[in-house]
Design a protein around this ligand. Sequence first.
Ligand SMILES: C[S@@+](CC[C@H](N)C(=O)[O-])C[C@H]1O[C@@H](n2cnc3c(N)ncnc32)[C@H](O)[C@@H]1O
Length: 289
Amino acid sequence: MTELPRRDPGLPGHPRPLAPTFSSSFVVGSGKLTPVTSTGHSAVGHHLAAPGSRGKYGVDGGVIPFLVYGAALAALTLTFVQQRYRRRRLATLGGLAAVAISGSAGSYFYSTGRGKRSIWTEILDVLALRGTEQVLDIGCGRGAVLMLAARRVPEGKAVGVDVWRLRDQSGNNRAMTERNAVVEGVSDRVEVLDGDARELPFPDGSFDLVVSNLALHNIRDTDERTVALREAVRVLRPGGRLRIVDLNARSYVQPLRDAGCRDLEVHRLDWRTWCGVPGHHLDLVEARV
Ligand SMILES: C[S@@+](CC[C@H](N)C(=O)[O-])C[C@H]1O[C@@H](n2cnc3c(N)ncnc32)[C@H](O)[C@@H]1O
């Protein structure tokens, strides 16, 4: 099958991008989400395989994976005990629960690992970066998205900021992220800084692209999250682009519009963001300043 061009619509001479493989898209008009008809050019499957990574990116969600594994173990134990006492029905129920929970655990690990990289590979490819951009990843953690961006800007820079909360990602710390940049072969263009999304340590208009994956929802207070969104917009150059993937990220649309963003779009992401719960999904918000 011929590969069709996938480019950002804002670049001169570039056609509108293919519909990403996300399950459904919305263009944001006057505060209302309107479904967009598919172009029929979806590259489904094209990017399912995330690039092989040499880095170690940990697991998102702190205790969640341990809870899921604990539940699977409990269900398995129940199965064995009930089988021993010949309680077939309970043993079957325990077995079914163990299978379901193990499937959920598999989906969780996929979403926070390979699935995340697969989604961001698509997002970054559609942007068609020139390779000279200054990119900022807010709440970069161990750098799964940061390194993907860094690969695409050999003559630019990819900067990550984080407050390194262990409850959000296992083994989360700056040294770990810097080590990942070295093993991925991109340390010449990666910089990792301590910094809070609500007070970014950069002057206005420093970046061509700001990205953030599963970080801003950790700021629980709505007003403070709005401050963080404004910060993301502040550090973008005129014409700069913003891509945020998060839980309920469609709620970021209005604050982003208030902060001066245009060309706002929301995509409901597909099964790769189920995180162990079929039907659960993350949103991608796209914007430009
Ligand atoms: C689930 S992890 C995701 C990390 C990374 N974006 C990724 O996709 O691998 C959430 C990250 O957000 C960071 N974070 C939480 N609150 C933050 C804040 N106020 N400012 C900057 N980073 C924050 C956490 O420390 C953590 O690294």
